[in-house]
Design a protein around this ligand. Structure first.
Ligand code: 13P
Length: 256
């Protein structure tokens, strides 16, 4: 079974044109291992520039452009929103959906996330669906219930068969930007639960879905995390703004 590894950079509301430029020049020199895709998700004003730099450096198919958010609507009176079709027109290939910061600060629900996933797939992009429990939820043994409740509406909306075109990022909320990484054993255990949960709906599909870990991943801990059976790469926040760290993380990933 060939399951590709993905290393995705989520710049959040950071970075600038200069970082787009240096990141692409440096990524052009990175030797990636077999079956690895790199996705860079800057803020939307930089998507176009990033896409054109990818093209001019002949990195299409190796470095992919991703958005950090997308509307669930196709078009219409939704001031400030960006549709999947608009992203597709800019050569954007991935869209992060349901990041915990959007769930927390902008009150995105799992039902809304499911609608967004459907819109993203309809435009031919790949959604990176973020799920994860809070510190209080883990402490009270609710992790699996929370993850299942975040995934089920998406399964119900698009059907399990469509998950062959989906990426899932497990990001425990307590590990995001805190320097507290889940131990590789804990991350593996949770990834295994996610894959088994999908397998209950369709085993063949579940085996194909890349499951990324996110939360304080850096150049020192990535190798051990990526070596776990059900961890297929990472969604990187803070460390993805530092070119040297990020390129090291990219070279540590390997398809399974
Ligand atoms: P950090 O890597 O900064 O913890 O952020 C993780 C994240 O939220 C990526 O989406």
């Amino acid at each position: 079974m060939a399951r590709r590894a993905i290393v995705a950079a989520n710049w959040k509301m950071n970075g600038d044109l200069a970082l787009v430029d240096t990141m692409i020049s440096e990524l052009a020199n990175v030797e990636l291992q077999e079956n690895v895709s790199v996705v860079v998700c800057p803020s939307s004003p930089y998507l176009s520039e990033l896409a054109s730099k990818v093209k001019s450096n002949n990195l299409s198919g190796i470095i992919h452009v991703g958005a950090q958010n997308v509307s669930e609507h196709q078009s219409g009176a939704y001031t400030g929103q960006v549709s999947a079709k608009m992203l597709q027109e800019l050569s954007v290939e991935f869209a992060i959906v349901g990041h915990s910061e959007r769930r927390c600060f902008y009150k995105e629900t799992s039902t809304q996330v499911a609608h967004k996933v459907k819109a993203v797939l309809k435009s031919g992009l790949t959604p990176i669906i973020c799920i994860g429990e809070s510190e209080a939820e883990r402490a009270t043994d609710q992790t699996e219930t929370v993850l299942a409740a975040q995934l089920q509406p998406v399964i119900d909306k698009i059907g399990i068969e469509q998950f062959v075109d989906v990426v899932i990022a497990y990001e425990p909320v307590w590990a995001i930007g805190t320097g507290k990484t889940a131990s590789s054993e804990m991350a593996q255990e949770t990834h295994k639960f996610i894959r088994e949960f999908l397998a209950k709906a369709n085993e063949t599909v579940a085996a194909k879905v890349p499951l990324l870990y996110g939360g304080s991943v850096n150049a020192s801990n990535c190798e051990e995390l990526f070596a776990q059976t059900d961890i297929d790469g990472g969604l990187i926040g803070g460390a993805s703004l530092q070119v040297e760290q990020f390129t090291k993380i990219c070279s540590a990933a390997k398809g399974k």
